[in-house]
Design a protein around this ligand. Structure first.
Ligand SMILES: [Zn+2]
Length: 609
């Protein structure tokens, strides 16, 4: 494989523009492959008819796409390649009407003599992808654009301005959206390989000589029943002047029968060996979810309504008393907000993980004799930034926050702050009981909802939270929570984007951790060389998200022994290695195996070329 130096690119399209160019203009001109390969080269024309989900004819977006119909097993490797191409085009078509949420989190790296490459700066992008025409995304964080214009990467910024174009990450879900075929690529069979529970065939893919710019160069893994691509690893060739393509490792999961949907992309650049000079050094995770959002809202409406909590809990046939009316009004506001956040793809549906969280809250409540008129609920915000907030009697905690917390006591510490707001009556938010306030576009969520408290309430909640913790079963285990605050403090300046809350109060202000900082004072010293001292975990280790239906669950991963301080990687992004399983195989994604699954016992061909 060619690895010439200029081809430093992979996952993201990084625009390097002369510093005189305004960032805004550069942003607009981000080259997507679609611009080089006009979208008018309609991909559907090449799609084999049997690969089209039949449901799309009558229903623009079916909640669950029909699986591909059974086809005779290919008998040669050439036929396998034909199937791979046909399935990829089928996927592109199936995905076209969908608008998944896409999140990209980038950590720029610098060398630390003790810890190796560590984050020096970070960036966060969140948007909805529109897969209909050219691949594009609408950002939730529209007003945060100044961040994107920030100059990056030390000395290089003297001449150039780097920009991570989120568009580039979106693009990397396919090898080639318009021209994935034999006219543009050579396919070379390499070997068979097990990926988790799934047998795959591995191919190296190289663009033909005159195939043009932005072509995929790398390797694909193809599952051996329907011949869907399950993993892509490589880069794109021949960037335009001043444009870079990063390397990518892109994974798909079998979340619906017959289809493997793009879920994770990891990218990394940088060389920290002696004498290497990095123009770019970063690692980044991109996650996609909410594929079934639009239809999900309509189809599940009748089953999702919480009849148990919305009303009719009072036995009396009387009008509500003033206080009861006030509470009902607040409940209405709370329900409106949660429903709206779930519909915009930011909040996971209620599930098993909430029971874990509720148990912790319960432990705090019982030991503090806290009785509330309504039970506390908990929900998971799907995004990565470390964030908690509460609305009415519901505590919301982000996936990223759950990921990095080292143990249950630190989880209790984080939840106790929000419980304190509820106990102290800080959560009014009744303006959201008016339904007109829920009528905004999904991308406007962060502009239209907000649950920030004034500093006095923050301080009061911290104080109350510490009191509650000291009465709780976690009282003797608060060292871990204190260490978590300490290690967070060591990274607070570098990880500003990760610590930026979008709906509630940030846990750090201007590089200083403010939330629950009292806990740090009694904690032991932070010691990187103590290998059994795990103050915080890397991102992505605890919560497993189903990208199709947004359900979350706890990961039951085996702990891996830490052998040096460099293994600790608190708050850091790492590559993805999902264990691949077929839909319904051991039901990690929920749902039984449908009887109609087409991926039955297709014999795999023998490698003939
Ligand atoms: Zn607070």
């Amino acid at each position: 494989m060619r690895t010439s130096k200029w081809m430093v690119l992979a996952l993201l399209v990084v625009m390097v523009t002369m510093i005189v160019t305004t960032a805004a203009v550069a942003q607009q001109s981000a080259p997507a492959p679609a611009t080089q390969q006009p979208a008018s080269a309609a991909p559907q024309s090449a799609t084999a008819p049997e690969a089209q989900p039949p449901a799309t004819a009558s229903q623009p977006i079916s909640a669950t796409p029909a699986p591909p119909p059974p086809v005779a097993a290919p008998s040669t490797m050439d036929q396998v390649v034909d199937r791979v191409i046909e399935r990829e085009k089928g996927l592109i078509k199936m995905m076209a009407p969908r608008t998944p949420v896409i999140e990209t989190y980038v950590q720029n790296l610098t060398q630390d003599t003790q810890l190796g490459p560590v984050p020096s700066d970070d960036r966060y992008f969140l948007g909805r992808m529109d897969l209909t025409d050219s691949i594009d995304r609408d950002d939730y964080l529209k007003d945060k654009d100044p961040g994107m214009e920030k100059r990056m990467l030390g000395g290089f910024t003297k001449m150039f301005k780097f920009q991570y174009t989120p568009l580039g990450f979106s693009w990397m879900i396919y090898a080639d959206r318009n021209d994935f075929d034999r006219q543009h690529y050579d396919f070379r069979y390499i070997r068979r390989e097990f990926m988790g529970d799934v047998r795959t065939l591995v191919f190296d893919i190289t663009p033909k000589k005159d195939a043009g710019r932005g072509r995929f160069l790398g390797r694909i893994w193809v599952e051996d029943q329907d011949f869907n691509i399950v993993r892509l690893n490589g880069t794109y060739t021949h960037p335009k002047r001043n444009t870079y393509y990063f390397h990518m490792d892109s994974w798909r999961l079998n979340l619906v029968p017959g289809w493997w949907v793009p879920t994770y992309i990891y990218s990394e650049e940088g060389d920290f060996t002696a004498g290497a000079k990095n123009k770019i050094a970063f690692k980044a995770q991109t996650r996609l979810w909410g594929y079934n959002l639009k239809t999900g809202a309509a189809n599940d409406e009748l089953t999702n309504i919480r009849v148990d909590s919305v009303k009719d809990e009072t036995p009396s046939a009387q009008d509500a008393s003033p206080l009861a009316a006030q509470r009902e009004w607040q409940q209405q506001a709370e329900d409106n907000v949660l429903e709206r956040l779930e519909r915009s793809g930011l909040l996971a549906p209620e599930g098993e993980l909430d029971k874990v969280l509720q148990t912790v809250v319960n432990n705090l409540q019982i030991t503090n004799n806290i009785e509330l008129p309504r039970p506390i609920r908990t929900r998971v915000l799907i995004t990565s930034p470390l964030e908690t907030f509460s609305v009415g009697n519901t505590i919301v905690i982000s996936r990223g926050m759950i990921d990095v917390l080292p143990d249950e006591a630190s989880l209790a510490a984080v939840l106790s702050h929000e419980l304190a707001h509820i106990v102290l009556g800080h959560n009014l938010g009744s303006q959201y009981a008016f339904n007109d306030r829920m009528l905004f576009s999904d991308e406007g969520t962060y502009q239209n909802l907000g649950f920030k408290h004034i500093p006095e309430e923050e301080a009061a909640a911290d104080k109350k939270a510490v009191e509650m913790l000291k009465n709780s079963p976690y009282a003797q285990k608060l060292d871990a929570a204190g260490l978590f605050i300490k290690v967070l403090q060591t990274r607070a300046t570098q990880l500003a984007a990760l610590l930026q809350a979008h709906l509630g109060n940030s846990i750090a202000e201007n590089g200083t951790v403010t939330r629950m900082s009292q806990l740090a004072t009694s904690a032991p010293a932070l010691d990187w060389n103590k290998l059994d001292q795990i103050a915080a975990l890397p991102l992505g280790g605890r919560v497993r998200l189903n990208a199709w239906d947004n359900k979350v669950e706890m990961v039951k991963a085996q702990p891996v022994a830490i052998t040096s301080a460099r293994d600790k990687m608190p708050f850091e992004v790492t590559p993805f290695f999902p264990r691949l399983t077929r839909f319904g195989a051991n039901a990690p994604n929920g749902g039984p195996v449908p009887a109609t699954t087409a991926s039955s016992a297709n014999a795999t061909p023998s490698p003939t070329n």
